[in-house]
Design a protein around this ligand. Structure first.
Ligand code: NAD
Length: 258
């Protein structure tokens, strides 16, 4: 589907978790621009409602207020999408949180919250969406992991562990769901200018990233969305169970994470 494909009552449907802002919102925009109806699911109701109102497309954009950590809220959210749009074709597990602390300063509650949001959330949303995707004749799932899931480092005992586990979940799902026509892939973003980066990237981390990334800059949410959109599209019809680093060459350079 090309940019500006019109949305109709039979257009494919994409759910993006954590879609109220940042990378998730850019992914939603990518799908809408290419003729999809979109459901943006997020825990932050105020930001979600503001973002959805800005689209001004009640026919094609649905706000789903839910916490990906809660199975009942996820099930209710997916039911809301099916009630409105009648089908689900694509799922992007993007909702995530980051805590950057060394092991001895990370509380067990923080560790569990990062794991539950970044890993269990993807599991629960996948379980809720797969039956609808099968009814729709197949589909695609993309998990938003991180270069922190590829490399160990200080400060990322919770975040890096959650993203590495999400990458393995991606492979498990790809193997299991291939025969029902659902492809599952992941992207590993490098640093991207969002509210999350503002929260956890200190001045020192920012400076180290700029030195370590061959392209010499942070990525943009739109660059992540372009890659997710490709992986969900028919252009990627034989790509399954793969991780794509979208990181300006950081992983290829082989230097340590700041
Ligand atoms: P962000 O903080 O701007 O957006 C994350 C969104 O997820 C927010 O709208 C938030 O409300 C939502 N969310 C958080 N917990 C939730 C929950 N329990 N249920 C539902 N929604 C929830 O962050 P971002 O930078 O746009 O990150 C998006 C994804 O990309 C995350 O998975 C993140 O780990 C990953 N990522 C980001 C970067 C980066 O540098 N920004 C790098 C690598 C990977």
């Amino acid at each position: 589907m090309s940019p500006s494909t019109p949305v109709t009552a039979t257009s494919p449907v994409a759910i993006v978790t954590g879609g109220a802002r940042g990378i998730g919102l850019a992914i939603g925009q990518w799908f809408l621009d290419r003729g999809h109806r979109i459901a943006l699911l997020d825990i932050d109701q105020q930001t979600l409602e503001r973002s959805v109102a800005a689209f001004d497309r009640p026919d094609a954009v649905l706000a789903v207020h839910a916490d990906v950590r809660d199975p009942r809220q996820v099930a209710a959210g997916v039911a809301q999408v099916v009630a409105k749009f009648g089908r689900i074709d694509k799922l992007v597990n993007n909702a995530g949180i980051a805590v950057f602390k060394p092991v001895m300063q990370t509380s067990y509650a923080e560790f569990r919250d990062v794991l539950t949001t970044n890993l269990d959330g993807a599991f629960l949303c996948t379980q809720a969406c797969v039956p609808e995707m099968i009814k729709a004749g197949g589909g695609a799932i993309v998990n938003i992991a991180s270069i922190s899931g590829l490399r160990a480092s200080t400060l990322r005992v919770a975040y890096g562990t959650s993203k590495a586990a999400l990458l393995h979940l991606t492979k498990q799902l790809a193997v299991e769901l291939g025969d029902v026509g659902i492809r599952v892939n992941a992207i590993c973003p490098g640093p991207v200018e969002t509210e999350m980066a503002k929260l956890v990237h200190s001045v020192a981390i920012r400076s180290d990233y700029h030195d370590a990334i061959p392209l010499g800059r942070y990525g943009t949410p739109e660059e992540m969305a372009n890659t997710v959109g490709f992986l969900c599209s028919s252009d990627a019809s034989f790509i399954n169970g793969q991780f794509l680093a979208v990181d300006g060459g950081f992983d290829a350079a082989g230097v340590g994470l700041p």
